[in-house]
Write a protein that binds this ligand. Structure first.
Ligand code: DC
Length: 224
């Protein structure tokens, strides 16, 4: 069974996807981590994230690996032979990843790899274009959303936990900008698949959302 979880930054995708994968014993694929790993490498090489030709060339040659453990746990992310698991969550990566992920050449290289992962078996994949482009035939498609204020609050908790000082208003502004950029880009924009179930997580707990997604999976298995 293939489960696609899409939505904007901070809607809860990775938390939910990881738990659903653990509950079902499926592999979890964090597709945002792949664009982030590429971005970390672009920055390390002092390349211009807006240079579509150079960044696409790097996307085709760079070996990005996710340590895909069944049943959850921390997923390690590798760019060539460098472990970039922590680095890809740094604010400088947040600020540049949308640009890197917007290039056609980057998307074809990364999506091809993701389609290969999807073909290997039971999988829960989260991202922006999973239900529309990477797994258009997914058995269960979920689109998570939440208010900008709530998403900024969640991001700030996450950043504070990791020792950064945060400005909530600025975080909300960055989220708005990233939404706009991701939704209006020409190639594979963030968009709800017409057959995806939309869940607004603003006032729901993680457990409630996980239970809703698991119910969708069970219903699907039962052939409903
Ligand atoms: O989910 P995330 O915040 O880790 O994603 C980081 C960026 O990568 C996000 O700004 C949009 C992009 N992305 C994408 O374009 N397509 C995906 N399937 C996943 C992420």
């Amino acid at each position: 069974m293939k489960v696609a979880i899409d939505g904007p930054a901070g809607a809860g995708k990775s938390t939910i996807a990881r738990r659903v994968a653990a509950a079902l014993g499926y592999v979890y694929v964090d597709t945002g981590a792949m664009y982030r790993a590429l971005t970390a490498e672009v920055l390390r090489r002092n390349m211009d994230p807006a240079d579509a030709t150079a960044v696409s060339e790097l996307a085709r040659s760079l070996n990005i690996q996710l340590d895909r453990e069944a049943g959850g746990g921390t997923q390690r992310v590798w760019a060539a032979d460098r472990d970039v698991t922590e680095e890809i969550r740094e604010p400088v990566v947040n600020q540049n990843v949308s640009m890197v992920a917007s290039h056609q050449g980057v998307r074809s290289a990364v999506v091809a790899q993701q389609k290969g992962m999807a073909a290997q078996g039971n999988v829960v994949m989260d991202g922006r274009d999973i239900g529309t482009t990477v797994m258009p035939n997914a058995d269960v498609k979920v689109f998570l959303k939440a208010s900008v204020t709530e998403r900024a609050r969640r991001r700030s908790l996450d950043l504070v936990r990791r020792g950064y000082s945060v400005n909530l208003a600025q975080l909300a502004e960055e989220i708005r900008e990233r939404d706009m950029f991701d939704s209006t880009r020409r190639v594979s924009p963030l968009r709800r698949a017409s057959d995806a179930v939309e869940i607004d997580t603003t006032h729901l707990t993680v457990e409630e959302v996980v239970d809703m997604v698991l119910l969708l999976c069970r219903n699907r298995e039962a052939g409903e």
